[in-house]
Write a protein that binds this ligand. Structure first.
Ligand code: NDP
Ligand code: GDR
Length: 344
């Protein structure tokens, strides 16, 4: 039986990847950090929390000794490093913690691999945020990086140290440059889920208005389940490499807002500009969306769109879900959750 470590099991991608690996017959060691109240709602929603081949292990990404023990206990042949301080907005308020967890955390794992078993295959969760102030459209593996947040800078370190261990020590370290991917399991601080959860609450009369920041930002949004399949494919390849996973389509936050309200049967009209912009219900004239400048970032990534041609050619990977399907799936899930009073 193959054995894999997935760091960040309590996160969106960790839950979907664990599910995929269990379906493929792996023994999965999912790591989580110690908190006073651990919450496994995502693996519970997927119904895998009591799977006999899922082992939940407390592990701190910054504790080198515990990384060594993790690899020894699990006898893993694949390590997927998904744990990170992953919220761009917070990285401006907590740049040092973000640098340590998101930047140095992966180095701890790579060093542990070098010591315990250099044959272990390593996946690093890199990001389109590394492109930041984009230097080419669409972005591909060779596009120069220009991160625009402490998060993006930390991820860039983690990306290059993975490449460096590949080249220096012959470690099978692959880096997936993944563009935004969403799902009903997305954290509520990220814009898509914030929107779909708020749409559900507005629809059910539990919320009056949705407050957002920059509506002009453009993102390439895909479905998280497609993307964890791409991670697995990267570690099954003949050689370690760097791959972009994206849909090659970009839309504004405003477009996603429109789509999400439409999914709940509400048509919107946008009025005004910049921080004075609002969206009103076409039927009632009631304001449903307002701008709050506190959601703007000190430096913004304005436009992301990725071309996954390399992943398609070398891994046979393709996104399978349209943005319309994804948005509807998220709105429906949030309406159902809010109806039954569950709202993570
Ligand atoms: P989430 O924020 O949903 O999950 C992050 C995970 O990291 C959680 O399990 C979280 O634990 C854990 N974590 C946070 N801080 C620490 C810490 N100090 N020590 C140990 N674990 C910690 O992110 P996603 O699942 O969306 O993303 C997975 C990875 O992919 C991340 O590295 C992210 O940066 C990267 N990525 C994500 C993209 C996306 O669009 N989703 C795109 C590109 C890259 P807890 O539950 O306790 O907070
Ligand atoms: P992002 O995702 O920063 O791209 O990082 P997020 O959903 O947070 O923001 C996307 C865009 O929406 C704009 N925005 C808002 N964002 C949030 N969170 N809340 C708001 O109210 C709001 N209003 C407008 C943002 O300014 C931004 O332009 C995600 C994370 O998953 C990272 O870990 C990952 O690396 C990248 O995607 C790829």
């Amino acid at each position: 039986m193959k054995s894999a470590v997935v760091t960040g099991i309590s996160g969106q991608d960790g839950a979907y990847l664990a599910q995929l690996l269990l379906e493929k017959g792996y023994r999965v060691y999912g790591t989580y950090r110690r908190t006073s109240s651990v919450n496994f709602w995502r693996i519970e929603e997927l119904g895998i929390q009591n799977h006999p081949n899922l082992h939940l292990i407390e592990h701190d990404l910054l504790d080198f000794a515990s990384s060594i023990r993790l690899l020894e206990t699990s006898e893993a042949t694949e390590v997927y490093n998904l744990a990170a301080q992953s919220f761009v907005g917070v990285s401006f308020d907590q740049p040092i913690a973000t640098a340590q967890i998101t930047g140095i955390g992966p180095l701890n794992l790579l060093e542990a691999i070098r010591i315990v078993n250099p044959k272990i295959r390593f996946y690093q969760a890199s990001t389109s945020e590394m492109f930041g102030k984009v230097q080419a459209v669409p972005q591909v593996e060779e596009t120069p990086f220009y991160p625009r947040s402490p998060y993006g800078v930390a991820k860039l370190y983690a990306h290059w140290i993975t490449v460096n261990y590949r080249e220096s020590y012959d470690i099978f370290g692959s880096s997936g440059i993944l563009f935004n991917h969403e799902s009903p399991l997305r954290g509520r601080e990220f814009v898509t889920r914030k929107i779909t959860d708020s749409v559900a609450k507005i629809k059910l009369g539990k919320l009056d208005e949705l407050e957002l920041g920059n509506l002009d930002a453009k993102r390439d949004w895909g479905y998280a389940k497609d993307y964890v399949d791409g991670m697995w494919r990267m570690l099954q390849a003949d050689a370690p490499d760097t791959f972009v996973l994206a849909t090659n389509r970009t839309e504004t936050v405003r477009d996603f807002v429109t789509m999400a309200f439409q999914g709940a049967g509400i048509a919107l009209d946008f009025k005004g500009q910049a921080e004075g912009e609002t969206a009103v219900c076409r039927e009632t004239g009631r304001t449903l969306v307002r701008i709050n400048p506190k959601f703007y970032r000190p430096a913004e990534v304005e436009l992301l769109i990725g071309n996954p041609a390399k992943a398609t050619a070398k891994l046979g990977w393709k996104p399978t879900t349209t943005l319309e399907q994804l948005c509807k799936m998220m709105v429906d899930a949030d309406i159902a959750r809010n109806e039954r009073g569950f709202s993570f």
